[in-house]
Design a protein around this ligand. Structure first.
Ligand SMILES: [Zn+2]
Length: 456
């Protein structure tokens, strides 16, 4: 290995002016933490696995020591004899029980601040839990580490688009931060970080805003991009300086991925959850395959009755968050299904996940109990009718509701075409209700998934 900074765009005054100091403490610690994560995730497998086992034992010991809930689960025996696979699965309701009864398992004496956090509830019931300061710092370091792992250009801008529930002029607000590289800022002059929050945005104004500065890394939900592509050509994103598309919140459809790839914009997803942070990062060489974030989590796959498995390696995803000291996540059921393999075809010597599907959002349950994947592209709906937004929900075993937002009514032809489209994807056994609504009531859910199954 050659460690060399000739390709790292350092500031002219990047280094310290204090005696016997090379790099000032803030950026130095951040850089050292990046090095830690890269060494663990890309280095010797046995060393990594030994480190993970030590971290697991530390976590189990902490949980058993501080929590009656966990003592009961882990048992009072020697932690060294505890096998992860023998511990009970942690469901969302178990988690809620632990958090409500015991609060955070770090006290002020630990000198590690904790914050209460909750999921948005878009993938089921919202849950509350505690994160520690270390978890937040880890997330920032892990995000920055990916630039080094992939050799991404550190000088480019980042543009993050996030849906919110508050209306504003033109349907979006813009905030700009100086540096997307966090604490590396004093060392490396990154681009700008543009943060756009939107709610029914005026597409023309939004495109104008996006074109104002070079987009760089585009962090956005695929549904927004699909909606934008009704009014702009994919090459708009290229012209506006998009270097890479990093989809957020939901999986990106193959067609959208191909559209971007064909004009030279790679698509690179992240698999993460609000509870545990980074779980996997999409391989540069294999679309849909995610290198597990081994510096953060252990991942297990267990068989699940709702999944027809091709092999024993597809099933329910359980994660153990190695740094979950405030609220332990040990064998936590995320509600997703995926396939786990021991290593990546690209040569990466670490576990990889593929076929990741949110069990509760991407699947359809049939009256005969069978579960299948279900995905309707925004484009298929826009080919039928004009609208601002849409939502498809399975609300009963034989019933699917389609809401078309921004319309007072639909023509009988439009309604019939939507029903036919849904049946083509779901099957003829479903009754499909199509409703025109002025606005879709998303409730507290900011993720605004185009489809959600309310049964799983
Ligand atoms: Zn790979």
């Amino acid at each position: 290995m050659k460690l060399d900074f000739s390709q790292v765009p350092l500031h002219d005054r990047a280094f310290s002016e204090k005696p016997m100091t090379f790099i000032d403490e803030g950026p130095k610690n951040f850089l050292a933490a990046i090095l830690d994560l890269v060494a663990i995730e890309t280095g010797n497998r046995t060393a990594r696995e030994n480190w993970q086992q030590s971290q697991l034992r530390n976590l189990l010991r902490h949980a058993a020591h501080r929590s009656a809930f966990w003592r009961e689960r882990i048992g009072s025996g020697d932690i060294r004899d505890t096998a992860l696979a023998e511990l009970p699965i942690l469901s969302r309701s178990d988690l809620t029980r632990q958090v409500e009864a015991e609060g955070p398992l770090l006290s002020p004496l630990d000198r590690i601040p904790t914050i209460k956090h909750g999921t948005s509830g878009s993938s089921g019931t919202p849950v509350q839990f505690f994160l520690s300061q270390m978890n937040l710092e880890y997330n920032a370091v892990r995000a920055a580490a990916q630039y080094f792992i992939e050799g991404r250009d550190l000088r480019l801008n980042s543009t993050r688009l996030r849906p919110v529930l508050t209306p504003s002029k033109n349907g979006f607000t813009v905030r700009t931060d100086d540096n997307p590289l966090g604490s590396l800022g004093p060392l490396i002059p990154g681009g700008i970080f543009k943060y756009i929050e939107y709610y029914n945005p005026n597409m023309e104004a939004l495109c104008e805003e996006l074109a104002r500065d070079s987009i760089g890394y585009l962090l956005a939900q695929p549904t927004l991009i699909e909606t934008m592509l009704q009014s702009v050509d994919p090459t708009f994103f290229k012209r506006a300086g998009t270097a890479m598309f990093n989809p957020r919140a939901s999986a990106v459809d193959t067609e959208l991925r191909d559209k971007f790839s064909s004009i030279g914009i790679p698509v690179r997803s992240t698999y993460s959850s609000e509870e545990v942070g980074s779980i996997g990062l999409e391989c540069q060489a294999n679309a849909g395959v995610y290198h597990v974030s081994t510096s953060n989590v252990l991942v297990e796959i267990i068989p699940d009755a709702s999944v027809r498995t091709v092999s024993g390696t597809t099933g329910l995803v359980l994660v153990t968050h190695l740094h979950s000291y405030a609220t332990p996540f040990i064998r936590y059921d995320l509600g997703d299904i995926a396939t786990l393999a021991d290593r990546c075809p690209c040569g990466h010597d670490g576990p990889v996940l593929s076929n990741i599907q949110g069990r509760s959002k991407a699947l359809l349950k049939h009256p005969n109990g069978r579960v299948s994947t279900f995905y309707v592209r925004a484009r298929e709906l826009t080919a039928i009718a004009e609208f601002d937004e849409y939502r498809i929900r399975q609300i009963a075993l034989d019933r699917i509701v389609v809401e078309i937002g921004g319309r007072d009514s639909l023509t009988p032809e439009e309604t019939a075409a939507v029903v036919a489209l849904i049946r083509r994807h779901a099957g003829d056994e479903f009754q499909v209700d199509v409703r025109a609504v002025a606005r879709i009531d998303w409730g507290a859910s900011v993720k605004r998934l185009g489809y959600r199954c309310e049964l799983l």
